[in-house]
Design a protein around this ligand. Structure first.
Ligand SMILES: [Zn+2]
Length: 221
């Protein structure tokens, strides 16, 4: 504990957009399988995002880092329990476990067993197995332990096994939207005190209307 609670996977977020969302019908029509997460692209288009850095969204432990069919290089991070606890409360439902999977990476810079902070670079945007796609980041949130190369074929499987990333973003209401983590380690760990969450070292998180409000501090307190 002691690092930031959250970072967008691509920085600054304003430079990127989600080309295909969770269970996107157009994706299912063209790929023949349901989409487990979101595809993030830079606004500059094409393969311009090839090699662009990808940051860990939540702190956690790397449980897989390697090459897999379809996904190419991928990294799976098991989210630290204290963050899982916060998210479960914000989402209002239990999670069996929580992972973040980063797919189609050009290269990876972490290894299995390594602890990563939110905002720490885990690799760069790539084109998947055999360069079969235009460069983009695939990100999804397995809500239970799954094989790293899981590639579910039915919508029911996706619903049961993956959280909608939009729900994860929605559970966190950001004080500083365009660039949440301008300088890295801005968020301290938090603990519940009644309805509020207290964070040591200046950063704070507060639960209001079932959402977590995360406010960055400009410098270390
Ligand atoms: Zn995808």
């Amino acid at each position: 504990m002691g690092g930031p609670i959250f970072a967008w996977p691509v920085r600054p977020k304003a430079n990127s957009y989600v080309a295909a969302g969770y269970l996107d019908p157009a994706y299912a029509r063209s790929m023949g399988v349901p989409h487990t997460g979101e595809d993030w692209n830079l606004r500059t288009g094409g393969d311009s995002d090839l090699g662009y850095p990808v940051q860990a969204v939540f702190p956690g432990t790397v449980v897989a880092a390697g090459w897999y069919r379809v996904w190419g290089n991928l990294v799976v991070v098991r989210v630290d329990p204290w963050v899982q606890e916060l998210l479960q409360k914000a989402l209002g439902e239990p999670l069996e476990d929580l992972y973040v999977r980063y797919g189609h990476l050009h290269h990876t810079v972490v290894t299995q067993g390594q602890q990563v902070d939110a905002g720490e670079c885990i690799g760069s945007i790539g084109k998947g197995d055999g360069g079969r796609y235009m460069a983009h980041l695939h990100i999804d949130f397995p809500r239970m332990r799954i094989p790293p190369d899981a590639y579910p074929r039915t919508e029911a499987q996706v619903r049961a096994q993956y959280l909608d990333p939009a729900r994860v973003w929605g559970a966190l209401s950001f004080a500083d939207r365009p660039n949440l983590l301008p300088s890295g380690r801005l968020y301290a760990p938090v603990r519940y005190i009644g309805k509020d969450l207290e964070a040591p070292r200046g950063a704070w998180v507060r639960r209001v209307e079932e959402r977590l409000w995360v406010r960055p501090v400009s410098e270390e307190a």
